[in-house]
Write a protein that binds this ligand. Structure first.
Ligand code: PMP
Length: 393
């Protein structure tokens, strides 16, 4: 009989030559147990997914209830499925502005695909503006607006008519004119190295888009669902986008994404032709039930309000020689070390001592710190102590 490790080595497609290949047994709260018995404290939350920790009981209960009613019954948007409708209504009640019409997808990149298509359809324009170092996903449309040429070049040609501007530079925004359908940005860049732009830039961006009639898309796939200290990062900067995209933590550990907009914009998907953006599995009822439970927990327990406390603890603990900088906001943080070699050494030393850290996709000197929002203080402090022991050795 072949072992799961052998099966992984032979048959699971790899996306690098050296996957972490940790063999998971189970996960609960802030911990992941490996099949060799080791327990890891999860400081990356499956990349900003497990914000309620692993296997939150309210999420599990909602999944069980939905399993006993129905699984997939029909393609997206045709039947009334309580799990889906209830999630849409709950999301509409917490999203900023009038982003009250919600389209469900299965993943983050699909949410961005939908948002880009919606913007083209609603404005009748084709040009897209995005920012250097952005990350929006790996399907063709999302990759076309991802601001790292090393990832785009092997797949050219991608979407034409995409302009990249420097991030967080007010003077660059003049390039957004009345030929632009949409400007897409993460309110805080994640994979590009956890970069927080200024409030002034956000305000200028919002004003410029309004002035020229371009739709502003906030990709809150990583920043959303409480990670930065408010339910959505848009609130941190006092701006409301025209379209917002969500995924990752939205599903409480189940796969789901969404793009939301004002009803008059979303209406563009109904005609010329009708059914101009459809999906079979988008808004799967089990994922929607899980997402509804997760959002209820987040809102009722006000878990987003724990994010600033997490940030303060991390900043205090990591204010030590060897740490070049800690940047980010709330529970979306990055620790910058002096070199790629040092970063690799610290990450693997911490792993050996039971603390799971990781890189961001586009930066090899930044260690991602994005724990579950409900991580107990003593668990976080113990993990930070292990990082302190290994940095600058
Ligand atoms: N946008 C952002 C900001 C992301 O961080 C990610 C995933 N890292 C995506 C989009 C893509 O999401 P998915 O992997 O679910 O397609």
């Amino acid at each position: 009989m072949t072992t799961p490790r052998e099966q992984f080595q032979r048959h699971v497609a790899w996306t690098s030559h050296a996957p972490m290949a940790l063999e998971v047994d189970r996960a609960e709260g802030p911990y992941i147990w490996l099949t060799d018995g080791r327990r890891l404290t999860d400081l990356i939350s499956g990349i900003a997914v497990s914000s309620l920790g692993h296997r939150h009981e309210a999420v599990l209960a909602a999944i069980r209830r939905q399993l006993d009613r129905h699984l997939h019954v029909m393609v997206y948007g045709e039947f009334i499925q309580e799990a889906q409708s209830a999630l849409a209504a709950l999301l509409a009640s917490v999203l900023p502005g009038d982003l009250s019409s919600i389209y469900f997808t299965m993943s983050g990149t699909e949410a961005n695909e939908g948002a880009l298509k919606l913007a083209k359809k609603a404005t009748g324009r084709t040009r897209l503006v995005a920012f250097d170092r952005s990350y929006h996903g790996d399907t063709h449309g999302s990759l076309s607006v991802t601001g790292r040429s090393v990832y785009r070049e092997p797949f050219l040609p991608l979407l034409p008519d995409v302009t990249f501007l420097p991030f967080d530079r007010v003077d660059a925004l003049d390039a957004i004119d009345n030929t632009v359908a949409a400007v897409i940005t993460e309110p805080i860049q994640g994979e590009g190295g956890v970069r927080v732009p200024s409030r002034a830039w956000h305000e200028a961006l919002r004003d410029r888009c309004t002035e020229v009639g371009a739709l502003l898309i906030f990709d809150e796939i990583q920043t959303g669902m409480g990670r930065t200290g408010t339910l959505f990062a848009a609130e941190q900067f006092g701006v409301v986008p025209d379209i917002i995209t969500l995924a990752k933590a939205l599903g409480g550990g189940m796969p789901i994404g969404a793009f939301a907009s004002r009803p008059e914009i979303m209406g563009a998907l109904r005609e010329n032709p009708s059914l101009s953006h459809v999906t079979t599995f988008g808004g799967h009822p089990v994922s929607c039930a899980a997402a509804h439970a997760a959002l209820e927990v987040l809102v009722q327990e006000r878990l987003h309000e724990r994010a600033p406390g997490i940030e303060a603890r991390v900043r205090k603990a990591l204010h030590i020689p060897g740490v070049v900088e800690v940047r980010g906001m709330g529970a979306m943080l990055g620790m910058v070390l002096s070199s790629p070699e040092e970063t690799a050494r610290v990450v693997s030393a911490c792993l050996a001592d039971g603390v799971l850290l990781g890189w961001t996709l586009h930066s090899d000197t930044l260690v991602r710190i994005a724990p579950p929002l409900n991580i107990p203080n003593d668990t976080l402090d113990a993990a930070l102590e292990i990082i302190r022991q290994h940095v600058g050795r």
